[in-house]
Design a protein around this ligand. Structure first.
Ligand code: CTP
Length: 420
């Protein structure tokens, strides 16, 4: 699986850097071509000579040595994947903010390939809001975070934050490359010239958002992201180039052609959606975005007070659909959701009008099998003319296909078929 793959390993300063030797050894054993770049502080934990010997390539540490320039741009372009392991809290922060004060950072900023990172730090650093923010920024750039492991830490404490074991890191690389080859098989097998959304770009939001209160608590909702993910998959199957902005959920898109950007907060979701909104021909906002977030986020865990009650001050988040919908063009197709418990039709039509939608997908929590976490859904589609299409209870995959059919009709004929 890794035979001939070009893997660029970035090693930053953490006690886990000593495991970089095992990572290189395992990758080379599988036939990968591995090049390593290190930060100067990583050299306190493992020598460049060790990694150069194992990888059979020189290991640059500084932007220039002996009056010659280390070409970080070519390194970044050479790789099929860049893996940063261990990624220390400091390096994560620099990556999130684009700081460029060492060779590893210059290479990372030049990399045109997918980036995976394996964080390594003490538990308190891992849970610090600054680290959480940096991770969500990196996920919003489309990078993939390898899960940290629980165990004994350098501090002597036991907890979360250990770098994934080298064997597990290699497994993630296998997964990464098998998704990519599935993507190319998918692209070879399907003749996209006949697909109804060929050449169209789509943006989908899905899942819940989490709004932190302190490093261990957040406000969220029951959304699983199933409906929005099914729509992203159905749009990709119809030939669209899909970007899925996905809130925190354990689920993933099934169609490997979907480009998923994982986000955590409503603010992150807004920023990632705004970055893709103008270029999109089709926008479906299915996410259950938190309408409010805590006004103050505590840096440290909030302790119980003496009183029996706690009052939280909340502030409104941006309404992503309303804000971006106000900038839409006539050429774009904009679809929103309306989940209601009462006066369903009235509220759905209000959202259709006020959020500048072409189509609103209404579902009611009063319908059995509809709403959060089910594999089925029962929806009514309302278009701009107020025409309604009442669909029976179906699997979310079938509902997604019906929504995509309605979108294709709007794009091509500027109307939704009226079937009741
Ligand atoms: N939505 C959004 N950003 C928000 C809130 C909602 O993009 N901050 C989108 C959802 O993805 C959905 C639609 O708006 O497509 C409807 O969401 P809902 O929260 O039901 O709408 P609201 O206008 O907030 O109405 P309500 O007062 O009923 O909550």
């Amino acid at each position: 699986m890794l035979q001939g793959k070009k893997i660029l390993l970035g090693v930053s300063g953490s006690i886990a850097a000593y495991k970089a030797a095992t990572i290189v050894r395992l990758l080379v054993k599988e036939g990968a071509d591995v090049k390593v770049v290190m930060t100067p502080s990583a050299c306190d934990f493992i020598t460049p000579l060790t990694l150069a010997t194992l990888s059979k390539h020189e290991v640059p540490v500084t932007i220039s040595d002996n009056q010659s320039w280390n070409n970080h741009v070519m390194l970044g372009r050479w790789a099929d994947v860049m893996l940063i392991a261990p990624a220390s809290a400091n390096t994560l922060s620099k990556m999130a903010n684009g700081a460029c004060d060492n060779l590893l950072m210059a290479t990372y900023l030049s990399a045109t390939c997918p980036v995976l990172f394996a964080p390594a730090m003490d538990e308190d650093m891992w849970h610090h809001p600054a680290t959480r923010n940096n991770i969500s920024k990196l996920l919003s750039y489309g990078h993939q975070q390898l899960p940290v492991e629980k165990g004994e830490l350098a501090s002597g404490l036991f907890g979360e934050g250990r770098m994934a074991e080298p064997e597990n890191i290699v497994k993630y690389l296998h997964e990464h490359f098998s998704n990519h080859s599935a993507q190319s098989i998918d692209q070879q097998q399907v003749d996209k010239t006949t697909l109804p959304l060929k050449g169209k770009k789509a943006l989908v939001t899905a899942g819940p958002t989490q709004e932190p209160l302190d490093p261990v608590r957040y406000i969220s909702n029951h959304s699983s992201g199933k409906m929005g993910i099914a729509i992203a998959d159905a749009l990709a199957t119809a030939g669209a180039d899909v970007t899925l902005v996905l809130g925190p959920t354990g689920l993933s898109a099934g169609n490997p052609a979907v480009n998923t950007i994982r986000v955590v907060t409503a603010e992150d979701m807004f920023n990632s959606s705004a970055a893709h909104f103008t270029q999109a021909d089709v926008i479906v906002m299915a996410a259950a975005v938190a309408d409010y977030r805590p006004k103050h986020v505590a840096d440290i865990k909030m302790k119980k007070g003496e009183g029996d009650a706690l009052t939280l001050e909340l502030e409104k988040t941006k309404d992503i659909l309303r804000t971006l919908g106000a900038t839409r063009t006539d050429k774009q197709v904009l679809v929103g959701f309306s989940l209601e418990t009462n006066n369903e039709k009235e509220y759905a039509l209000k959202k259709l009008r006020e959020k500048h939608l072409d189509l609103v997908v209404m579902n009611s929590l009063n319908d059995k099998g509809a709403g959060f976490n089910h594999d089925t859904n029962k929806v009514t589609l309302f278009d701009k003319k107020g025409d309604a299409r009442d669909l029976p209870l179906k699997s979310k995959l079938e509902v997604a296909q019906d929504i995509v059919t309605a979108i294709v009709d709007i794009l091509h004929y500027n109307s939704v078929p009226l079937v009741v």
